[in-house]
Design a binder for this molecule. Structure first.
Ligand code: UGA
Length: 426
C-alpha cells in the first residue's frame, strides 16, 4: 500500500520504518528541509535505538522515501497518516496549528478517495471537527474517511513497542476504511479495538493520564513511607505482586516528564473544563508531580542546611534513560532550582551535554564529581546503577548521594562511607 506519513518526529519516523518493514511503500514528509536532507543522508534527528539502521536499510531498499514537498506527497497518496506535533499552549490546551495546516493541504488538494489517519495525540472531539470541517468546505463524504489511530510508543523503546503492541485502536465514523486499516497492520498480532473517533482519542488520553496517576500515587506513597521510615521499595514490591495493580509505573522519584504525560494531562483537563467539568483527580496528579522537586530539595537541605554556594553534581539530565530528549525533563527543572538557590551545578549525562549558562557540563561521569558537596541521581541511566562508588567517594568533597529515582542499592553506596538518601528510602 502507498502511504504518506506527515511529520518526521519520533512517532512519524518509527511508524514510517515499521510500515516499510510490513511491506508498504512509505513516503515520510516534513516541511523541515534540513531534517529531510539529513534523513536522505541516513541521519536520524532523534536518538531511538535501532531506528537509524532500519531507516537506512529500508531507504536503500527503496521502500522508504523522504520529501519536503508536503503538498505534492499528500496529493499523490491515497492514505495519509498524520504524525505532526501537538504541543502544549501556555494555558495547558493543545496547540493544533500543525494539524490544521495538514488538514488545509488535504482539503485543498483532494481529488480522489483518501483515508486520513490521525496518529498525533489530539483532544477529544478534534477528529469529529476535522470531518465536519471537510463537509463544510464542500468535500463530499464519499471522498474521504477520517480515522483516529493513536500511538502508544514509548521513547527509547519505540521499535519494540511498534512491533509488539498490546492493542491497535481505530476510531472511525463508519466501517468503510476498516478493511484497509486491517491490511495496513496485518503483520501485527495485537487485538484491534474499534470505536468512535472521539472514543479513540479518549483511549489515548486516558492511557497517559492513568500512567501519570500511577506515578503520582507512587510518589505520594513514598512521601508517606518517608515519614513512617518505611522503605518504599518494599511497598512497591508488595503492591506490584497483586496482578490487579501490577509492577509498572510505580517507581517513585522526581516525577514524570517528557513530551507526552504532562502535556496530555493538561490538555485533558483543559478539554474537560471547556465543558465545565472539574478534574479533581487530574489536578491532584499534577500537583503532586509539580511538588516532587521541591520535596527532594528540602531533603537535601536537611543535610546541607544552606544550599547557597554548595557544589552539586547532577547525574542524568534527560527526562528518562534511553533517550536524548530534554523536553519537560524534571532533571532540568531541578538544575534550574538548584541554580536559583545559589548552587554551583555540575552535570553529566551519557547522551546529552547541557549547554546552559551556569551549568558546567562534563564528558566524564567521575570528573563531574570533583569537589562536589552532593551528588543527585536525577535520571536512572544504567551506568549509574553499577558505578564505582569508591571512586565517587574519593572525588567528592562531601558525601551526600541523593537518589532521586530510587534506583540505587543503598547498602552498596553506604559501604563506601557515603550518605545515601532519598524519599521513602531507609
Ligand atoms: C509515554 C507513554 O508511556 C507511551 O505509552 C505514549 O505512547 C507516549 O507517552 C506518548 O504519548 O507518545 P514516554 O513519554 O516516552 O511515553 O515516557 P514514559 O516511559 O511513559 O515515561 C514518562 C515519564 O514518567 C518519565 O519522566 C519517567 O521517568 C517517569 N516515570 C515512569 C516515573 O517517574 N515512574 C515510573 O514508574 C515510570
Amino acid at each position: 500500500m502507498e502511504i504518506c506519513i506527515v511529520g518526521a518526529g519520533y512517532v512519524g519516523l518509527t511508524t514510517a520504518a515499521a510500515l516499510a518493514v510490513f511491506g508498504h511503500e512509505v513516503e515520510c514528509v516534513d516541511m523541515d528541509q534540513a531534517k529531510i536532507n539529513g534523513l536522505i543522508q541516513g541521519k536520524v534527528p532523534i536518538y531511538e535505538p535501532g531506528l537509524e539502521d532500519l531507516i537506512t536499510e529500508y531507504y536503500s531498499k527503496n521502500r522508504l522515501h523522504f520529501s519536503s514537498n508536503v503538498k505534492e506527497s499528500i496529493k499523490d497518496h491515497p492514505i495519509i497518516l498524520i504524525a505532526v506535533g501537538t504541543p502544549s499552549q501556555n494555558d495547558g490546551s493543545c496547540n493544533l496549528n500543525f494539524i490544521n495546516q495538514v488538514i488545509e493541504i488535504i482539503a485543498s488538494t483532494i481529488n480522489k478517495y483518501k483515508i486520513i489517519i490521525t496518529k498525533s495525540t489530539v483532544p477529544p472531539g478534534t477528529n469529529e471537527l476535522i470531518h465536519q470541517t471537510f463537509i463544510e468546505m464542500g468535500i463530499k463524504d464519499n471522498l474521504f474517511d477520517i480515522v483516529s489511530n493513536p500511538e502508544f510508543l514509548r521513547e527509547g523503546r519505540a521499535l519494540w513497542d511498534i512491533f509488539h503492541p498490546n492493542k491497535l485502536v481505530f476510531g472511525t465514523k463508519i466501517d468503510r476504511p476498516l478493511e484497509v486499516l486491517k491490511k495496513i497492520y496485518q503483520k501485527e498480532s495485537a487485538p484491534f479495538v474499534f470505536t468512535s473517533l472521539t472514543g479513540a482519542e479518549m483511549i489515548k488520553y486516558a492511557s497517559n493520564v492513568f500512567l501519570a496517576t500511577k506515578i503520582s500515587f507512587a510518589n505520594e506513597m513514598a512521601r508517606i513511607c518517608d515519614v513512617f521510615q518505611v522503605d518504599y521499595t518494599d511497598l512497591q514490591k508488595g503492591l506490584g505482586m497483586d496482578p490487579r495493580i501490577g509492577t509498572d509505573f510505580l517507581n517513585a522519584g522526581l516525577g514524570f516528564g517528557g513530551s507526552c504525560l504532562p502535556k496530555d494531562l493538561s490538555s485533558l483537563k483543559h478539554s474537560a473544563l471547556s465543558h465545565k467539568l472539574e478534574t479533581k483527580l487530574l489536578d491532584a496528579v499534577m500537583e503532586i508531580n509539580d511538588t516532587q522537586i521541591e520535596l527532594y530539595l528540602k531533603k537535601l537541605s536537611t543535610v546541607l542546611l544552606n544550599l547557597t554556594d554548595k557544589q552539586i553534581t547532577v547525574w542524568g539530565v534527560t527526562f528518562k534513560p534511553g533517550t536524548d530528549d530534554l523536553r519537560s525533563s524534571p532533571a532540568l527543572v531541578l538544575i534550574q532550582q538548584l541554580i536559583q538557590k545559589g548552587c554551583r551545578v555540575h552535570a553529566y549525562d551519557p547522551m546529552v551535554q547541557l549547554k546552559l549558562i551556569d551549568v558546567i557540563s562534563h564528558l566524564n561521569q567521575y570528573e563531574s564529581l570533583n569537589n562536589s558537596d552532593a551528588l543527585i541521581i536525577a535520571t536512572e541511566w544504567e551506568q549509574f546503577l553499577n558505578c564505582n562508588w569508591s571512586e565517587v567517594k574519593s572525588r567528592m568533597k562531601g558525601s551526600i548521594v541523593l537518589d532521586a529515582r530510587n534506583c540505587l542499592d543503598g547498602e552498596t553506596v553506604r559501604r563506601q562511607g557515603l550518605v545515601y538518601m532519598g524519599v521513602g528510602i531507609r
